[in-house]
Design a protein around this ligand. Structure first.
Ligand SMILES: Cc1cc2nc3c(=O)[nH]c(=O)nc-3n(C[C@H](O)[C@H](O)[C@H](O)COP(=O)(O)OP(=O)(O)OC[C@H]3O[C@@H](n4cnc5c(N)ncnc54)[C@H](O)[C@@H]3O)c2cc1C
Length: 477
């Protein structure tokens, strides 16, 4: 597979019409792009701006020196992986891509002055920008009561919380209860909480904790992703180990006594109380204005936001316009996909061009069900008309054209193995965060073996038409 540059990718995807000229940015003074947040969205956009932008100066700001991935983190919670396996340093992004990585936290955005104030270990600083990409992921809305995440963790941002939940799980004995909550959608990784329930149940079985159970208190009316696979997992694979309770709105939490009251069921003295609270856009993104669900509405072609010229929001913090009932999921794969669209739009803007209107995004999640088996879910979106529930056009945005998931019977070991290949492709090749990226001028994602590319998820393989568009899109990685 040969290397594919941005122009070739657009041609292959059949979306290069009228694009005979696709110059890289060529001003004498390098335009400055500042990226806030080095997760799947931020690290990806930083990489692609440098890859596609030529003379663009990119500064990435994150409080950490490495990204700890939520993807695969349930395997850390259940003792199957070590934290180091899901921790990827930002070093290669600097050495291979020429991104300036600054350890710091964005405190405030001055859109009129085009400046960001950040706190760093050596004091506050200002960074001037021509374009700003904001990708801070999510923050949590504390439930009513006395919630203390250091006693009853969420483990929905990877790091210390993951380790804490893993250590608490390890203390469970026979007949103990692991009680977890699921927030109302939208939240990051729709299948993630059900995956956690399965993996904890599997852990309790592997450790012979007789009578120990997982209680899933879901604020939603039903399972939000892969319902067939998870219903089977709850009722068959983990029969007797998982109690699933829908419509359980959290009324109060008391972390000290590990007690919870919901509209459906209450618990006192759970051995482990895993509160995954309601989500909203990460604070610095939320300061730009949010919708009723707490996320920042964006334009699906540029990820720009109304009233803030040259400011873009990508990843979990954003609310992408979509057809009713077909929301764009909050996932790492999707954040990576949006990052490419956003990087392309910024490069065009810097060249005085309009954004491309033929864009596609996609998402994939692999869900381990046991220590040896997994299912998968993928969704593909194309830019165009989006519809309300009556079928009337309500505007422009990302319309879901394809949704695939593993049939319940195909929860198997092959998927489990594919999960690591897919995740490593995201960690190391797409984000350019490790040595795989360091060995070549271009990372292997530009031309590596097909199975190593993040885009090669099951649905893309199966769907000839959409798969071609999506694969072509990612081949430009
Ligand atoms: C258990 C679990 C399993 C998952 N499995 C999958 C899966 O199978 N597939 C999938 O695609 N997705 C999965 N996800 C979802 C995925 O992890 C998120 O959707 C993804 O991390 C979103 O990327 P992001 O860049 O928007 O945010 P993040 O990856 O959270 O990155 C945000 C970054 O911004 C930084 N930041 C925050 N505020 C500031 C600030 N003020 N200044 C500077 N930096 C800041 C943070 O330190 C962080 O590094 C899973 C999530 C969980 C919890």
């Amino acid at each position: 597979m040969k290397n594919v540059d941005r122009r070739s990718f657009l041609r292959m995807a059949g979306i290069a019409g009228g694009m005979a000229m696709l110059p890289r940015v060529s001003r004498a003074a390098a335009p400055r792009v500042v990226v806030i947040g080095g997760g799947f969205g931020g690290a990806s956009v930083a990489k692609y701006l440098r890859l596609w932008g030529g003379n663009v100066s990119v500064t990435l700001v994150d409080p950490a020196t490495a990204h700890m991935s939520c993807i695969l983190s349930n395997l850390v919670v259940t003792g199957l992986l070590d934290m180091s396996r899901i921790t990827v340093s930002y070093k290669a992004l600097g050495t291979n891509r020429g991104v300036t990585v600054v350890q710091g936290k964005a405190l405030a955005i001055d859109p009129a002055g085009r400046r960001v104030t950040i706190s760093t270990p050596t004091g506050n600083k200002s960074l001037d920008y021509d374009h700003l990409v904001v990708a801070p992921g999510v923050d949590f809305v504390a439930p009513p009561g006395n919630w203390n995440p250091s006693l009853t963790p969420h483990a929905w941002q990877a790091g210390a919380q993951t380790t804490l939940l893993r250590n608490q799980l390890a203390t469970m004995g026979n007949n103990d209860r692991f009680v977890m909550t699921i927030p109302k959608s939208p939240y990051r990784c729709p299948p993630g909480p059900y995956e956690r329930a399965c993996m904890v149940a599997d852990y309790l079985k592997r450790k012979n904790r007789s009578g120990a159970m997982v209680v899933v208190l879901d604020a939603n009316a039903g399972i939000q992703a892969e319902p067939e696979a998870f219903t089977r997992a709850f009722n068959v694979t983990h029969a007797g180990r998982i109690l699933y309770v829908p419509n359980a709105n959290v009324l109060s939490v008391d972390s000290a006594s590990r007690s919870i009251r919901t509209s459906a069921m209450s618990f006192s003295n759970a051995k482990v109380l895993n509160i995954i609270p309601q989500h909203r856009a990460g604070g610095i993104a939320a300061s730009l204005g949010v919708n009723a669900s707490g996320f920042v509405p964006v334009d699906a072609l540029t990820y720009g936001i109304a009233g803030y010229p040259n400011v873009h929001v990508i990843g979990d913090a954003s609310a992408v316009p979509a057809s009713d009932g077909k929301a764009v999921p909050k996932s790492g794969h999707m954040a990576n996909s949006e990052a490419k669209v956003c990087a392309d739009a910024i490069v065009r803007a810097l060249n005085g061009e309009a954004p491309d209107r033929n864009v596609a995004t996609s998402s994939a999640c692999y869900s381990p069900i046991t220590a040896r088996s997994a299912s998968w879910l993928s969704a593909n979106f194309l830019y165009g008309d989006i519809y309300d529930t009556s079928g009337a056009v309500k505007g422009k945005g990302m319309h879901r054209v394809d949704l695939g998931e593993a049939p319940a019977g195909q929860v198997n070991q092959d998927n489990y193995q594919d999960m690591f290949t897919w995740a490593d492709s995201l960690f190391f090749r797409q984000l350019c965060l490790k040595s795989a990226c360091a060995t070549r001028r271009r990372p292997a994602a530009d031309g590596g073996a097909p199975a190593m590319r993040a885009d090669i998820h099951p649905r893309a393989r199966q769907s000839a038409t959409v798969g071609f568009v999506i694969s072509a899109f990612f081949l430009a990685a």
